[in-house]
Design a protein around this ligand. Structure first.
Ligand code: NAD
Length: 326
């Protein structure tokens, strides 16, 4: 099959391209390079520079490359920015998806994988979040992902398109230093940045109802996440009319304090964290049930938090050589 990977020049998308091509699938990247980097796309993979909002360009790309499946990762992803610029987030993430789905159904492409997020759950009041846990997103970003899931599912039901919405939990790590996350929006790179600057990493709130008082999250290695896309893409290709919603996590909670301790140990900085006030809207605990994808598709994560931090650090040092400890 030939898969169009929208957002394939981004952090996660580049890992999906790598996993797909290593598994023997053909990949074509479609990316406007707004936050992506063309150097992440291997020379043998065609890169079409364009926005998913450009209906003509999407339609031409689907036809020219004889696309038989789409993995849609292209989106804006910063929660705080989405609060300030909701219209732009709805345009890129919802209108962009609608435009893409219109072209996909016109071209009768049979399979569609959508990048959703644990942000759809908002502030869950359960220890382990299953796909049946009610979705109450807290930000425009989370809303666009939930609206995206609805659009994808409704289109599948109306047209027979096989669909999957993948709810990623906290993504970290890298396959190679070059493919590392260069943004500073997630905990691991945020801590790296503070350590490199000579500052204390920050904990936002240590009075949550969790074992050490700091927020608990479920971290997933980007290489595992990319492998999950291959599993899901193949499942869709072999089951017409599929309608999947899947958590992609490890089912293991790790606190912010534990993460900072491990990062300090792995990087050799050993700088104790400073406690800052809680950030509004941060849930105490968000941990996935990873049971559905294991039972239905036989997929489970292989890498642990140690692997994530170690690989992410090689990437950080690659992009910030001054950070290396002698
Ligand atoms: N990184 C995470 O922790 C995380 C967690 C949950 C969900 N997600 C989702 O995963 C997806 C990928 O995230 P990422 O971390 O790789 O982000 P990223 O910013 O590295 O990648 C997004 C890619 O999409 C491209 N893009 C953005 N808007 C586009 C448009 N209109 N048309 C074409 N290309 C466009 C960008 O240039 C970039 O290459 C997003 O949908 C994001 O919401 C990410």
């Amino acid at each position: 099959m030939t898969w169009l990977i929208t957002g394939g020049a981004g952090y996660i998308g580049a890992h999906v391209v790598r996993a797909m091509t290593e598994a023997g699938e053909r990949a074509v990247v479609y990316d406007d390079l707004s936050t992506g980097d063309a150097r992440r796309v291997p020379a043998e993979v065609p890169l079409v520079q364009g926005s998913v909002l450009d209906a003509d360009r999407v339609a031409r790309t689907l036809a020219e490359h004889e696309i038989t499946g789409v993995v849609h990762l292209a989106a804006k992803k910063q929660v705080g920015e989405s609060v300030e610029r909701p219209l732009e987030y709805y345009r890129q993430n919802v209108e962009g998806l609608r435009t893409l789905l219109e072209a996909v159904t016109r071209a009768e492409v049979p399979s569609f994988v959508f990048s959703s997020s644990a942000a759809v759950y908002g502030m869950p009041d359960v220890d382990v979040v299953t796909e049946e846990t009610p979705c109450r997103p807290l930000s425009p970003y989370g809303e666009t992902k939930l609206a995206g899931e609805w659009l994808v599912r409704a289109t599948g039901r109306a047209t027979g398109l096989s669909t999957a919405s993948l709810r990623y939990f906290n993504v970290a790590g890298t396959a190679t230093p070059e493919l590392a996350d260069t943004g500073v929006f997630n905990l691991v790179p945020m801590v790296f940045e503070k350590l490199t600057e000579g500052a204390a990493p920050r904990i936002f709130g240590d009075d949550y109802a969790t074992p050490d008082g700091t927020c608990v999250r479920d971290y997933i290695h980007v290489v595992d996440l990319a492998e999950a896309h291959v599993t899901v893409a193949r499942a869709l290709a072999s089951s017409p009319g599929a309608d999947l919603t899947l958590n992609i996590g490890r089912g293991e909670g790790v606190s912010v304090r534990e993460m900072i301790d491990r990062i300090n140990a792995i990087t050799g900085y050993a700088r104790p964290p400073a406690v800052a006030p809680r950030r509004p809207g941060d849930p105490a605990r968000v941990v996935a049930s990873a049971a559905r994808i294991a039972t239905e598709l036989g997929w489970q994560a292989k890498y642990d938090v140690e692997d994530m931090i170690t690989s992410a650090w090689t990437g950080w040092v690659h992009h910030h050589p001054e950070a290396a400890r002698s």
